[in-house]
Design a binder for this molecule. Sequence first.
Ligand SMILES: Cc1cc2nc3c(=O)[nH]c(=O)nc-3n(C[C@H](O)[C@H](O)[C@H](O)COP(=O)(O)OP(=O)(O)OC[C@H]3O[C@@H](n4cnc5c(N)ncnc54)[C@H](O)[C@@H]3O)c2cc1C
Ligand code: FES
Length: 245
Amino acid sequence: MLDNIYQVMRVTERIPEGKCGATLVLDGELPCQAGQFVMVWLPGVEERPFTLVNDTPVTLTVAAIGPLTRALAGLEVGARVWLRGPYGHGFPPPGRRLLVLGGGSGIASLALLARRALAEGAEVRTYIGARTTDLLMLPWYPHWSTLTLTTDDGSQGIHGNVLQAAAEQFAWADGIYACGPEPMLAALARSRRSDWPPCWINLERVMRCGIGVCGSCHCGSHLVCADGPVFNLEQVTAELLAPPH
Ligand SMILES: Cc1cc2nc3c(=O)[nH]c(=O)nc-3n(C[C@H](O)[C@H](O)[C@H](O)COP(=O)(O)OP(=O)(O)OC[C@H]3O[C@@H](n4cnc5c(N)ncnc54)[C@H](O)[C@@H]3O)c2cc1C
Ligand code: FES
């Protein structure tokens, strides 16, 4: 299977992302649908999934939270990265009015969708939230049409979370696109109203193989790597609202 073969790419640019990560521009191309992901491997460290925030050139935005992401975020220009993919199902073609809701590093999984929609003349209203100002990820997307920031502690932007801040926009949009911690997606599922437009989420479950073999990413009867990571909210509402085991 051709897309299960590793490609080795070099870092051509490293853009710090606040105090919590970095955006890495690489010297290769991996044409993809917005929302698809690649498996990124550093030999001797780990392999993990990352959404492509751009495919030409390949660009990744990484929140440094563990061994691999800290190693990636610290790479210098010229360093090598191993990638396979892209995998999974991305977002369906969007309409003309997108409401984009990103919690923490989840905004990285929505960046390419928003950039492409803006390039095609759609209106995009984006809400990015984090617990505190140091954790806000504002990666490599300078052209948001309307950007609102929120922090749980009020240290930057609106005091509160993205769902509270965007409440007035749900009726305006013809599509809602969300990615973030599962409690945020569960809150979205709980507050879903019948008069909202279609709601798409990018689910970031822990993955090992990325290709539907190991079963580590299951969500109810779905394998997130093969059936997602993008789902219509209704497809996974029961799993999001199920009590933790
Ligand atoms: C489809 C997909 C796309 C992703 N895209 C991005 C991206 O663009 N940018 C980005 O920064 N991250 C992204 N992630 C998350 C990224 O894969 C994890 O941050 C990474 O696995 C952490 O690896 P690590 O070795 O640094 O830390 P680990 O030691 O693996 O994890 C550190 C801590 O985070 C928890 N954790 C790890 N992965 C997840 C997860 N998926 N959900 C909830 N908790 C988790 C672990 O349990 C642990 O507590 C994506 C995940 C998926 C499934
Ligand atoms: S990560 Fe192995 S089945 Fe999804």
